[in-house]
Design a protein around this ligand. Structure first.
Ligand code: FAD
Ligand code: DHB
Length: 392
């Protein structure tokens, strides 16, 4: 098989890239290790920045998002049993959209397939070759047979465990990593959310987050031990633990119900530099991971794709290579700011062992945020998403 841009991975980054390239008349093919059902069933992020929403509009996959997505103009922080609202819209003029990654993925897959796009499911890439010699090809398997996808460029959109980053000489990669000493236990349930907005709680038993996917579907998380297992948690045990970590007037409003899904996610900060090796470009989780606090993972994947799609469009349309040359540096400037924000928000809200000094510092910072418009503005500016850089 031959195409212009070979894409590994049909998560949000691979799908969005393929769709944006298609709208500019550039051909691509996606190789995906999992089945379509698996990809469409995964429960992940839930909050879209305005820049991501705008990019999905440009990709023509906005109809259902605009109908079903919920615009949020603020969120609350809970500490010492009190609630402090961050008025994102009042402080920055921007807001975010609650619309699940699962739905974004379904919309993108439908758009690609209805336009005749190629997505090969259950076709794991096993290696990327020739990307430093101008003859890139992806070696993949399908039905037990080995195949080659020959292309001009390879986009490694295959997540943290993918093959694209592993195809690069380790000596050419600089890796930065921090693993946090806890995880998030999450439940998805068809119950109305406890509040109209998200609530992030710092509690002595550990962090809790009240989020949602719609007016009838809630997503809640509690900080858990790294070695914990969902087998240790009945639905009732989860709801009891969540309520314990919320102020009483909020806890009493929590509507409980059976789980649709329950899972544990580890928390990690990770960056691989650079993000370009000859004709191979890394994007999204293949190049960087943030801890989920602040919901930046999916949004960072979208901003990488904004830069990569523009660079490829400039290459095919005008034979320009300067945007491809600047891809890694431009992405990484924004990536590191999101890595910093997610690390800061994670550090502010979680219980780190029994360190009383750390706890007092967290309370002082939360109190400062509650009392300072400048501090709240800085937080809101990062939460709604920093602007994309544009080049002519
Ligand atoms: P992915 O969505 O990981 O997509 C990569 C794709 O590549 C996958 O479909 C995978 O099957 C495929 N693939 C991998 N290897 C190969 C191969 N060798 N050949 C072919 N295909 C391959 N972010 C938030 O902001 N909030 C959250 O609550 C949140 N929860 C998360 C929970 C979990 C369990 C995980 C893993 C991530 C979560 N994230 C969250 C992060 C967010 O979902 C990611 O940042 C986002 O999915 C990145 O998109 P991506 O397309 O780059 O990678
Ligand atoms: C969700 C996850 C987050 O990490 C976050 O900060 C907000 C919402 C969610 O899954 O709904």
């Amino acid at each position: 098989m031959r195409t212009q841009v070979g894409i590994i991975g049909s998560g949000p980054s691979g799908l969005l890239l393929s769709q944006l390239l298609h709208l500019h008349g550039i051909e691509s093919a996606i190789l995906e290790r999992q089945s379509r059902e698996h990809v469409e069933g995964r429960i992940r992020a839930g909050v879209l920045e305005q820049g991501t929403v705008e990019l999905l509009r440009q990709a023509g996959v906005h109809e259902r998002m605009e109908r079903e997505g919920i615009v949020h103009e603020g969120f609350s922080l809970v500490f010492n049993g009190r609630l402090s609202r961050i008025n994102m819209h009042g402080l920055t003029g921007s807001s975010v959209m609650v619309y699940g990654q699962t739905e974004v993925t379904k919309d993108l897959i439908a758009a690609r397939l209805s336009a005749g796009g190629i997505i090969e499911y259950e076709a794991p890439a096993v290696a990327v070759e020739g990307f430093l010699d101008g003859q890139p090809r992806i070696i993949y398997e399908k039905n037990g047979q080995r195949h080659e996808l020959i292309c001009d460029f390879v986009a490694g959109c295959d997540g943290y465990h993918g093959v694209a980053r592993r195809s690069v000489d380790p000596g050419k990669l600089q890796l930065f990593e921090k693993i946090y000493p806890f995880g998030w236990l999450g439940i998805l349930s068809d119950v109305p959310p406890v509040d109209e907005e998200l609530i992030y709680a710092n509690h002595e038993r550990g962090f809790a987050l009240c989020s949602m996917r719609s007016h009838t579907r809630s997503r809640y998380y509690v900080q858990c031990e790294l070695d914990d297992s969902v087998d240790n948690w009945s639905d009732d045990a989860f709801w009891d633990e969540l309520r314990r970590r919320l102020p009483p007037h909020v806890a009493e409003r929590v509507v409980t119900g059976p789980r649709l899904e329950m899972s544990i996610a580890p928390l990690r900060s990770f960056v691989a530099e650079p993000m370009r090796f000859g004709n191979l470009f890394l994007a999204g989780d293949a190049a960087h991971i943030v801890p989920p606090t602040g919901a930046k993972g999916l949004n960072l994947a979208a901003s990488d794709i904004f830069y990569l799609s523009r660079a490829l469009v400039a290459y095919y349309g005008e034979k320009r290579t300067d945007l491809l040359d600047r891809y890694s540096e431009t992405c990484l400037r924004r990536v590191w700011k999101a890595i910093r924000f997610s690390w800061w928000f994670t550090s502010l809200m979680h219980r780190f062992g029994d360190d009383p000094l750390n706890h007092r510092l967290q309370m002082a910072e939360l109190d400062y945020l509650a009392g300072s418009t400048a501090a709240r503005t800085a937080m809101a500016e990062n939460y709604v998403g920093l602007p994309f850089e544009t080049f002519e």
